[in-house]
Design a protein around this ligand. Sequence first.
Ligand code: ZN
Length: 508
Amino acid sequence: MYSRIKSAVCMGIEGRGVCVETDIGRGLPGIGMVGLPSTMVMESRERIKSAIINSGFDFPKGKITVNLTPASFRKNSSCLDLPIAIGILSSGGSIGEVSEGWGLIGELSLDGRVLGVEAALPMMLYLKDSDLCGIIVPEGNAAEAALAGGNIHIVKDLKECVDLLCHDPQEVNDKCRLERIYTVLEKDCAGNNNEMSASDYGDIVGQEKAKRAVTIAVAGRHGLLMVGSPGCGKTMIAGRVAGIMPAMTEQERLETAIVRSVAGRSNESINSIKRPFRDPHHSIGRAGLIGGGSYPVPGEITLAHNGVLFLDEICEFNTEVIESLRQPLEEKKITHFRRGEAYTFPCNFQVLMAANPCPCGYFGDRDKECTCTQADIDRYRRKLSGPIMDRIDMKISMEKVEYDDLTGERNGLTSEEMRRQVIGAIEFAKQQGRETYNSELSEKEMSSFCALGKEENTFMSKAYHSFKMSPRSYSRALKVARTIADLDESETIKIKHLAEALNYRFQE
Ligand SMILES: [Zn+2]
């Protein structure tokens, strides 16, 4: 007997349709699999057999052939366990014919439970878009089911799945289906509701200069480098950046949820999705940072998508690892090629870097003496150059907070105020007809949006010569000045905007 069950797998962050064909004929008992299954899929044969028997069904006798179509790409997911098991049961006559309107994903445990799978959200979205009447997914993926919407059912074991399949997908009661998803979700959320309240810039005393720089950086998506001795507060400044970014759009929330689903971090409720903040350690390898593996998985840059990537102690990172960031920073996505397949992951984020001023960390410090030789310092500083630094538009030097600042009145900017400034600047830029962030302005856009008046031109020409600026650092300063003017809601760039931008100039 023959059966066809619809399912999906995930490649990169995209769901792809897979049809599980099962045929049971005469011959030596066993399960043969064709259609490019990976080792992980091949192993499912043992799980499926035990799961079927332990759920109280008869395991069909005869030679079972499972074909995964299309055969053009390799399938590597345990989520095919459930459709294969159902295909075997249906072909063997243990259950009736399954309607083509159903789509299934899920891993099986030996006792017949249906276990949650990674990357369920893109697969559900794919199945939902392919006009199926009903989709069955593991209970463990309830959070994603709630987000994907559509006619999605959650099941806890093989038996429950079989019960559902006896029905026509359109007949199953909608109210029960949703109630079930939300009951599971509530139970899950009750467990991890101890989320700490986000930290606020209002708690940081005496770093108003750095807070201003961060506001500008976020408003124009400028890469920011913070240089200062250990303990001057670089990490505190960086850790709060996501909190001053504008609220996520629906599209951004969905993208972030997909990335989390693919990375297997989706057990939190969808409502708690915030802009991510990623701060990988400097010992991280290339694959960890940009993603990779034989079936590519997202790296830190993708986990930071729509949020913040903070590279602390940038000079300690392996040069080759940092270089690998260049292309993804430019294109805002990364593609890995494996066996003729392209796996593309998004990576659009705000980048922040921090560095000590010298290897020992105390060059120019008020209290502690630097013990580095000039050669050490030169070698160290050379690391702060190269193509990756093209993406850094602003640099600030930070100092330890003075005692007077610490004990003085606390009336610095709070995150809420900084966020309002950022949103105001972005809105203003939109009104002026700019769709991209200022850091991404092309040469052509710059000539119209960053045009300078006569006085401003003279001012910049003087600065260009006296600071020995390169054409690149000149154009970066102009973009930053444009953002400062936006924060000021000024149509034209004025001398005060240029003067402030020059404070953040970054000379390699
Ligand atoms: Zn030193």
